[in-house]
Design a binder for this molecule. Structure first.
Ligand code: ZN
Length: 459
């Protein structure tokens, strides 16, 4: 974590990894050479671009690589590397869009490493070696937007960095906005509006949780975090989505053309620097005079929740799903023909809770959602089943919790399981059985969910 007193510390480095000869050692840096001696191998790395400490990354494993473009390759366990390369095949187009929108890519390469399923996040944007969850490998590129997000960090986060964690939204809000722009250039406006709608729903869940625990102060973009607070305890999707929506509000106020010029100016002005929210706002005030007042920026930046002028999104892809969800009956194959996995996720989220066992079992019977190849569709169905008390899905829920360690998948499911005393006992039981396979961050977050549920049940 960057020191609060000395924002902006960045450094270059060189490093040497000694690993068993049968394995590969990787770093988020430029590979210099590998030398092998008897049972060992030494991998040497140089990082010529200055980075903040949180972007240092290394990994060791039995890994294979596949080139996707001249500037990008994927590393993964041998059994998934080919599928990963197919799912991430659009990375070259994404990089071209990024170059165009945000200015030249400054990191030479964009390589990716697929981690084990216990990785607690969707991705981590280490320069030259982005880490990704294997949950993105679906066979239909439907989760490749996470690659777009991590790539966008090359400009917003890694090049222009938040000075400390109270300015976290400068990394994540900007990157979510940039990710949506890349998404739009590749998949069009309708699919991007659907993506934004899904993110807003995810954020709404976090806003509710903060409100319930009396911590709505952490839903301001620039919120004061007391020194004793563990940043993981207040981590949420709010800086991501609310930050991006704030930037869309600015874009809509000045027009896209002017805002695009501003983006390139902003990145060029602060490249390889770490900046504060105040520096950002000062820069906007100079370059786009009057816009902060027009959108009432202080409500986004210092106010809790979502201001009344938060941008709305609409798309026929959302409208189709909303109509189906209103009917609350199992749709026919014909009705959902052509639905993308993202539409399925939104549909499952929109169905009112609790649902009848007939509807949940009808959906499973017709569409086999508990074994859907898209992890987020599967998670949304298992969450619906859990929130509806549908006991036939319990084995599938347990298997899912034992397979994935990504916290945004785990937390809502454990929360749903622990709504009753009996459910809490079940959730604790499953957690004790599978926790050894989770990352310590996921363990701490699930423990917190179960503790809060227990307190709620006792009160
Ligand atoms: Zn991010």
């Amino acid at each position: 974590m960057p020191c609060q007193d000395t924002p902006g510390v960045r450094f270059t480095f060189s490093a040497e990894l000694t690993v068993p000869r049968a394995l590969r050692g990787l770093m988020g840096a430029r590979h210099a050479f590998r030398a092998e001696y008897r049972e060992l191998a030494v991998e040497n790395w140089e990082m010529p671009q200055a980075i903040p400490a949180y972007l240092i990354a290394l990994a060791v494993g039995e890994l294979e690589q596949r080139d996707i473009t001249e500037r990008s390759r994927v590393w993964a366990a041998p059994k998934v590397v080919r599928a990963a390369a197919a799912d991430f095949a659009d990375v070259g187009r994404m990089m071209a869009v990024g170059d165009d929108l945000f200015g030249p890519y400054e990191w030479e390469r964009f390589d990716m490493l697929v981690l084990p399923p216990s990785f607690p996040f969707g991705g981590m944007e280490n320069p030259l070696l982005t880490f990704l969850t294997p949950a993105l490998i679906t066979g239909d590129k439907s989760m490749a937007w996470v690659v777009g997000h991590e790539l966008a960090h090359a400009w917003t986060g890694n090049l222009v960095t938040n000075a400390n964690w109270t300015d976290f939204w400068l990394n994540e809000g900007w990157t979510t906005y940039a990710e949506w722009r890349i998404h739009e250039a590749i998949n069009g406006r309708d699919a991007t509006a659907l993506e934004i709608a899904l993110r807003k729903r995810g954020m709404a869940r976090d806003l509710e949780n903060f409100a319930r625990s009396g911590q709505s102060q952490y839903t301001a973009l620039a919120s004061h975090v007391p020194a004793a607070t563990d940043p993981d305890d207040i981590f949420s999707r709010v800086p991501y989505c609310k930050g991006a929506l704030f930037l869309i509000a600015l874009e809509q106020a000045v027009g896209r053309e002017r805002f695009d010029t501003f983006i390139r100016l902003y990145i060029a002005r602060f490249r390889f620097q770490s900046i504060t929210t105040a520096q950002f706002l000062d820069f906007v005030a100079v370059e786009l005079p009057g816009v902060l007042e027009e959108v009432q920026a202080w409500r986004f930046v210092y106010g809790p929740g979502l201001p009344g002028n938060t941008p709305e999104v609409a798309s026929p892809l959302i409208a189709e799903v909303e109509e189906q969800a209103r009917i609350s009956a199992v749709p026919s194959q014909q009705m959902i023909a052509g639905w993308s996995p993202r539409q399925w996720k939104l549909y499952l989220e929109l169905l009112p809770r609790p649902q009848t066992p007939e509807l949940v079992s009808g959906l499973e019977g017709r569409f086999s959602l508990s074994t859907h190849k898209n992890t987020e569709v599967r998670q949304a169905f298992l969450l619906l089943a859990s929130e509806s008390g549908y006991s036939a899905a319990e084995p599938a829920i347990e298997e899912f919790l034992a397979t994935y360690g990504r916290t945004v998948y785990l937390k809502p499911i454990y929360q749903a399981m622990a709504q009753t005393v009996k459910g809490l006992t079940w959730a604790r039981c499953v957690f004790e059985r599978v926790r050894a396979g989770y990352h310590p961050i996921a363990v701490a977050q699930v423990e917190r969910v179960l503790k809060e549920s227990a307190a709620r049940l006792q009160s």
